[in-house]
Write a protein of this length. Sequence first.
Length: 229
Amino acid sequence: MIYPEDPTTIPLPETGTMDRRRVIGGLGLAGLGMLATSSSASAKSFQKTSGAGPSVTVETQARPTVRTNSGQIDYKSLPSDWVQKQGWLLPEYGKYLSTLKLKAFTPQQVIEVHAKKKGSIWNTLPPKSWWTRMGYSLRVVDRIALEMNVKEVEVVSAYRSPAYNALCSGAKAGSWHQANVALDVKFPMRASNVTQTARNLRDRGLFKGGVGGYWNFTHIDTRGENVNW
């Protein structure tokens, strides 16, 4: 399944494309929900493995900047050690994120949330073969933001490497963040409102996954089965 070139539209059978605000129910949400099929299937297999995920070897020479549809990504604002460790994968990831044409996020925001450290352990970018998993999850949150008329969403957490996840306070060993299908996000409003809207849209067919409500952020994942907490 291929995502629409423009995320403000959703292709519908026989009727072409319609504005997403006009397809909040019925085939609109069901159609977008179908986009999760391949991503959810691969994510489900995550819990059947050791949880470590595939190993990824990258070059150590980093490029300073890369042009995207959302403008220039400022790598100087990122930790230089982390940038060097990501190598060629970093500009490629920036290019991929720009193709999603998200409204509530920028590629810079998503990349910055990966550049974190716990003790001596740096988080990493997700394996390249898993990028489309997060692409789908980002589109889901972008759709929720559209419904709530929110133009900017803060990403608190996205992909976590197993080593990094093990050092995160409160993180479970089988966290879906390690499968690159989960996001912790903050909207400029009560987190409870975001949680309620996410569950409502999910239950009407937007996606299949978990929605966790916390006092100051909301966890949203596309694991393939509906779970609340």
